[in-house]
Design a protein around this ligand. Sequence first.
Ligand code: 1CP
Length: 358
Amino acid sequence: TGTVARDDDPRRGPADSPFVRACRRRPVPHTPVWFMRQAGRSLPEYRQIRANVAMLESCRRPDLVTEITLQPVRRHGVDAAILFSDIVVPVAAAGVDLDIVPGTGPVVAEPVRTLDQVEKIRPITRDDVSYVDEAVRLLVAELGDTPLIGFAGAPFTLASYLVEGGPSRTHAKTKALMYGQPELWHALAGRLAEITLAFLRVQIDAGVSAVQLFDSWAGALSEADYRRFVLPHSAAVLAGLADAGVPRIHFGVGTGELLSTMGEAGADVVGVDWRTPLDVATGRIGPDRAVQGNLDPCVLLAPWPVVEAEVRRILEQGRAAPGHVFNLGHGVLPETDPDVLTRVVALVHELSAGPADQ
Ligand code: 1CP
């Protein structure tokens, strides 16, 4: 068809980029690299543009979303852009009264406790998030061959903010609801799965080249509880995108014991944090999925020789995987020197460059 680039086409487009190829476990000219939270407070140009604009407002302005998303691509030469937004954006669009408070994160006005509250979280359509549709279209036009990653929060991580009312270390109220009122839990997680699926569909229809489902806090659960309370809902989201033609990445923190189950949920790529070496992770996940990770974001605060040694180790261990997208094990810390990120991109490209025996 006209839109699918051929292998001998000099302008192959984002679908044939090193990033998308690695997600699909195809040969690559170099290991692709991007960073979770690459757009954000480590960049002075981000702090400047956000100086007088609230976080949620910035997510609703396509001009700002476009500029902020492009900043790390220009500066670091990463292999993929990630849409500037937040996991609570679709939940706010669904009618939940919440804000993103500087220095804290998402705060929900009335934490969810009842079925009545769950039923008031309404399904969303494109019109509820038209600013995201618009921003993705602007970005795809600007980015050329660089792929754009869309994303959403997974049901467990979203539910945690809604039930706790804000960030939580233990997720105690969320787990109490899960164990004590399983029907209410499944109603909430089911509704969030619907919203997440619709939100990712809007991004895919607007042209993103891959999606990442963030279940950042799933590592708080045992494998048995994950399987019972979370897997069906995350699997529904990922299955709903199976025909969409873009790779699906599934990520959580502290998920060493959940890696194979998170893969089973239906991802093409499983994100791995710094606690599990990539060769060990691949042993757990199996040969049918690529891996993404897994430099400890704190290592970026260490002297350069330490960073370099860790990048080498991760590339080495990543060779055991059928596909490897280099990333951090979690988001860039605000105090990170952006020049170190730029050097990491160059180093990953240099060390992994080789003939792409296609
Ligand atoms: O004013 C600010 O700059 C606020 C900081 C900030 C930023 C830059 C928040 C508040 N969200 C974001 C953007 C954001 N959020 C992105 C941007 C794209 C990129 O990666 O460059 C992404 C992917 C997210 C996703 C997100 N939000 C996650 C999943 C990823 C992760 O880090 O685990 C989670 C858990 C959130 C909630 C959230 N939003 C903001 C904060 C500080 C938090 C975390 C709060 C907590 O610790 O629970």
